[in-house]
Ligand binder design. Sequence first.
Ligand SMILES: Nc1nc2c(ncn2[C@@H]2O[C@H](COP(=O)(O)OP(=O)(O)OP(=O)(O)O)[C@@H](O)[C@H]2O)c(=O)[nH]1
Ligand SMILES: [Mg+2]
Ligand SMILES: [Zn+2]
Length: 222
Amino acid sequence: MAVKLVTIKEDILKDNKEMSALLKARFNKSKTLVVNLMSSPGAGKTSTILNTIEALGPAVKTAVIEGDITSTVDADKMDAKGIPVVQINTGGACHIDSAMVAEAVADFDTEGIDLVVVENVGNLVCPAEFEVGEDVRVMILSVPEGHDKPQKYPLMFIETQACILNKIDLLPHTDFDMEAFRKTVMSLNPKTTIFPVSMKTGEGLDAWAAWLKDKVDKKKNG
Ligand SMILES: Nc1nc2c(ncn2[C@@H]2O[C@H](COP(=O)(O)OP(=O)(O)OP(=O)(O)O)[C@@H](O)[C@H]2O)c(=O)[nH]1
Ligand SMILES: [Mg+2]
Ligand SMILES: [Zn+2]
């Protein structure tokens, strides 16, 4: 029984990888940088997307793909700001996969779009295992979740190129140990970059936006 389950999972991941490669080819053609943004529920993905788009300014044409189990709550927030957005409702699945993104962008012309941000389903576990055609994988941890999360959910920290630490405005109200956090994250993934930010006050936003802008420019010119 156990062996069969492993086989099924491998097949699913293999199919997903193949579909992801097709998506990548499509996004490469339009030189669109795709970011897979992952975190637990409420860590600040939507707030980060809205603030980042504002920080990047109108010169960076950005579209958003929202992944949620149900509802259009986050997509409505994008739409209200005039940001092109497509909503995926997974109908219960706790992550999005390449097939869902392929369907979402089927009628979506990415020509002229510099950046697509995919907001994954709020979940610190399995989204890390499923590619969605992205160039860059970014995760958010928020201060109230605690500095021990890299130890407990290592895959997400290992599989991402940047770790945004959001809600640093709440540091004085928690026992979050920044040094312990940094040490664990860097030991899991020495190549990652940690961005301490507050999407409430705007602190740290510029450094994160500059990192992303560099990636957008490289994709466009490279
Ligand atoms: N204090 C504080 N609150 C924040 C910060 N960033 C976001 N929030 C709040 O945290 C809550 C969740 O933020 P969202 O941006 O909706 O989080 P999310 O990850 O998109 O949530 P889901 O899509 O439901 O998984 C909201 O009430 C935000 O206003 C921050 O830096 N500091
Ligand atoms: Mg959200
Ligand atoms: Zn899942």
